[in-house]
Design a binder for this molecule. Structure first.
Ligand code: ADP
Length: 247
């Protein structure tokens, strides 16, 4: 699968720059699935013989009904699940062969956004966003350097000291995006990020993801919201019963 490569245009110069750049040329794929089948222990097929190539700096939508295999596909990309057959290559690494520290290192280069936000209720917005950086040993100075522009990008600078239960669903999802991008990963995966949101908030979330893409991040978004997909001009693939179809 080859999809359109977008051209980055950096307009927000405050956002930490390494999100975006380096290492890979625009022609090298960020993600490759080669004849991937995932069969769960109970015999259920998550994916069947899937081939996919996503180029550096692309924005790709993966659509399909509930239970079709969208989450399985993303889980294979960040090593949460292993394929039963085939190969999964991400940022040049064969995920299938990675274990322990090397898998952790790869995951640091992948931002993940979930439908249900997965925020820590007892921590403020700022703490939720910086928690992982602290765990990864970033200095306080570097964490501060990253926090403000990241919160600004998602429109939540004024909510830095709020707790998740003081925020709307849309705001909570934007915190989870901030958490996913504060480490400036070159690859961003979003699994049904708008699944719990109304159309306005959904659109806001997609616009933020598009902005990150314009800074140079490769973005893969799963959704069953066909209307949202139609509103954007990005490549789309569809999963049905574990098989991938180009739309
Ligand atoms: P989607 O994200 O499109 O809703 P999933 O990737 O979650 O679909 O699921 C694809 C198929 O794999 C479904 O039939 C689902 O029931 C099955 N599945 C997902 N996770 C597991 C699991 N851990 N064990 C067994 N079956 C699973």
């Amino acid at each position: 699968m080859r999809t359109v490569v977008t051209t980055p245009s950096k307009t927000d110069t405050n956002f930490p720059a390494d999100a975006t750049s380096q290492q890979q040329s625009s022609n090298s794929p960020t993600v490759q699935l080669r004849s991937v089948t995932k069969t769960y222990e109970n015999g259920c097929h998550g994916l069947l013989e899937v081939n996919l190539e996503v180029k550096h700096k692309e924005f790709l939508f993966i659509t399909g009904p509930s239970g079709s295999g969208k989450s399985t596909l993303l889980k294979l990309l960040y090593g949460e699940e292993l394929p039963s057959q085939g190969e999964v290559i991400v940022n040049g690494f064969n995920v299938t062969a990675l274990r322990g520290d090397r898998l952790s290192l790869l995951r640091r280069r992948i931002g993940i956004v979930f439908q249900d936000y997965k925020l820590i209720p007892q921590r403020t917005v700022a703490e939720n966003v910086t928690f992982v950086l602290q765990a990864q040993g970033y200095t306080r100075k570097e964490i501060q350097r990253r926090l403000e522009p990241t919160l600004k990008l998602v429109g939540l600078l004024s909510k830095a000291n709020c707790f998740p239960d003081q925020l709307s669903g849309g705001e909570q999802q934007r915190v989870s995006i901030a958490r996913a991008i504060v480490g400036t990963p070159p690859l961003l995966l979003a699994d049904e990020p708008t699944g719990n949101l109304d159309p306005d908030n959904s659109w806001q979330v997609i616009q933020i993801l598009q902005k990150l893409n314009s800074f140079g991040a490769t973005v893969i978004v799963t959704t069953h919201d066909e209307q949202l997909v139609r509103r954007c001009n990005h490549p789309v693939v569809q999963v049905r019963n574990g098989r991938l179809y180009r739309k």
